[in-house]
Write a protein that binds this ligand. Sequence first.
Ligand SMILES: [Zn+2]
Length: 259
Amino acid sequence: MTDVLSVRPLLTGTQKYDKSWSTHNNGFGTIITAPILAYLIETKNGRILYDVGCDYNKVIKSETYFQSNDFPYGPPQMTQEQRIPSYLDRLGIRPSDIDLIFIGHLHYDHVGGIGDFLNSDIHIQKKEILSVRDNMTPVYFSDDISRLTSGKMIIMDGDYNVTDGVQAISTPGHTAGHMSLHIELPKGKPIIICGDAADLEENIKEEIAPGLCWNDQYQTAISSIQNLKEISKREHAYLWPSHDFNFFHKLKSFPDFYN
Ligand SMILES: [Zn+2]
């Protein structure tokens, strides 16, 4: 039995970049605009957010935080309406009504919005936290990480059951402790939120590693994609890539949901 009631993808912003950032050794010179997504999962056992997007307060001061040497294709773009609390407000939900924040990984476009959710439990992987402490690069903001660690952080290790029907799946490669989420719906086919284990549908179909991999672990990233594909085949589950606008446009738009 599944506790899941509904799943909603949320478009929290966009980011322009060279496609090779998504597809290792492929797509150099093609500039893409990628969605920055979070997902609201409502269950009988509480509300879960997978990822929380960028820090709005940094995006509106982008010249300070997203300098052109680190972000040559420009800063992320984000409107007030794309902030997660704005989406929740449209559903009559407050940020304090979110019980659990499930962080797929600690890059700025996935954890930056954590400041709105410091009353929620925050699940993060041990390997993810440890690897970031050792190796801060421009895709991490130290204050995002310190806000997260000042919150109600619960450190997890490997695969586990988040609640009935929601399974955390370890998908390392892009980062050391990257996590995907397998969700059983009450009616429809299961959904696997890949997170940045697969930015684009192409990563899944062609089994291409993300352009950026922790410690150059491209083969680990490919194994993670293959693992997700096997689960998807076995369970007849959808695989949802994280930064693919063509794919995102085919999904139901907010406030519509999957159930
Ligand atoms: Zn990432």
